[in-house]
Design a protein around this ligand. Structure first.
Ligand SMILES: *Cc1c(COP(=O)(O)O)cnc(C)c1O
Length: 356
């Protein structure tokens, strides 16, 4: 395994004083991890350096053609003063899936996990300690060849930055209102919907903006061909509880395979729930809502963990779910997952990767 050189900062930044006002993505720590890729040399020069601006040629390919991938995971401070990561190997495996789709060279996954652990350790005193807070970890890769011709890059950077983030729900888990998007689409089969890449987000901004103006928190994407089958919600995967069956759209190429999604499925099955991954039409959900069989709906993702859905708007059909309140399965999943993540419950599945 490569050695990671460490250069510590001489100018430590002041840490945010009030952990109840961290929000998401507002602060960055003192250091970052950087590693270069150059064709013929492979990935090299792994280093932890003071957090600083990047110097890029204005012709750098990532700025023009979007050849980039990213990941998102968190480090948690455990009650015994330790530090825990949640399934980081899964993030790095997914990053390689994204890399493959975007013609980015594969990373050594075990080494990338070590890089994350080392960086978090260096900036350990940035991990917030207040209830519900954590250190968000953002690994990403960008193509930096100074070349405005279109081709897969020969020169790239793998960077990891860290951001202390607040409790997603300072006032408890409030159900959100979701807008079912029937005009714009996010991804299609054969596209890059399954990859975690900026282009998918650029494609989603317009719909998100319109939903926001209409008073909705996020959009629910439908399939790009028929606008009929449910895919996912903004930055989250989505689950519906109908007649006591927990249903989530099957991964078929246009949906991001969430690690929270995977963990929800495994946890629910271990509790004896029937969980089905299949095609689910928005029509089926609407009919179930009318007949009083739609018990719950929720999103799943690293940032919010579980986000209960209290209302769905599909054209003129407004579906109220569970009276706009959080349902028992959503609550149980949130409690179960966060207890494992913060080291407050036994880690029966071996999901926790401790830094210390
Ligand atoms: C990251 C992401 C998710 C959630 O994945 P997790 O691994 O659970 O955080 C869902 N949908 C999209 C589009 C994403 O980018």
């Amino acid at each position: 395994m490569q050695e990671i050189k460490i250069e510590l900062t001489k100018n430590k930044k002041a840490k945010p004083a009030d952990q109840s006002k961290l929000g998401f993505g507002n602060y960055y720590t003192d250091h970052m991890f950087v590693m270069n890729y150059d064709e013929g040399e492979g990935w090299h020069d792994a280093r932890i350096v003071p957090y600083a601006n990047l110097a890029l040629d204005p012709a750098a390919m990532c700025l023009h053609y979007g050849q980039e991938v990213f990941e998102g995971l968190k480090a948690y401070r455990t009650p015994d003063g330790g530090i825990a990561l949640f399934r980081p190997e899964k993030n790095m495996a997914r990053m390689n899936l994204s890399n493959e789709r975007l013609c980015i060279p594969q990373l050594d996954e075990a080494f990338a996990v070590e890089a994350i652990k080392k960086l978090v350790e260096v900036d350990e005193d940035w991990i917030p300690t207040a209830e519900g807070t954590s250190l968000y970890i953002r690994p990403f890769i960008i193509a930096v060849d100074p070349h405005v011709g279109v081709h897969p890059a020969h020169h790239l950077l793998f960077i990891i930055i860290l951001s202390p983030v607040g409790a997603y729900y300072p006032e408890g888990l409030n159900p959100v209102k979701i807008y079912v998007e029937s005009k714009y689409v996010r991804a299609v089969k054969g596209g890059m919907g399954f990859a975690k890449t900026g282009g998918n987000y650029a494609a989603s901004l317009k719909a998100q903006d319109e939903a926001d103006k209409a008073g909705y928190t996020q959009v629910l994407w439908l399939d790009g061909v028929e606008r009929k089958y449910i895919e996912e919600v903004g930055t989250m995967n989505v689950f519906f509880v109908i007649d006591n069956e927990v249903i989530t759209p099957a991964l078929q190429g246009s949906i991001l395979g969430g690690i929270t999604r995977m963990s929800c499925i495994e946890l629910l099955r271990s509790w004896g729930y029937k969980v089905t991954e299949r095609r689910l039409s928005v029509e089926e959900v609407a009919v179930a809502a009318k007949e009083g069989r739609l018990n719950e709906a929720f999103g799943s993702g690293t940032a919010a963990v579980i986000s209960p859905i209290g209302e769905l708007k599909w054209d003129d059909d407004i579906m109220k779910i569970n009276n706009g309140e959080i349902g028992p399965i959503s609550q149980k999943l949130y409690d179960g997952l966060t207890a494992i993540q913060w080291g407050k419950a036994e880690d029966k599945f071996g999901w926790v990767n401790r830094i210390k």
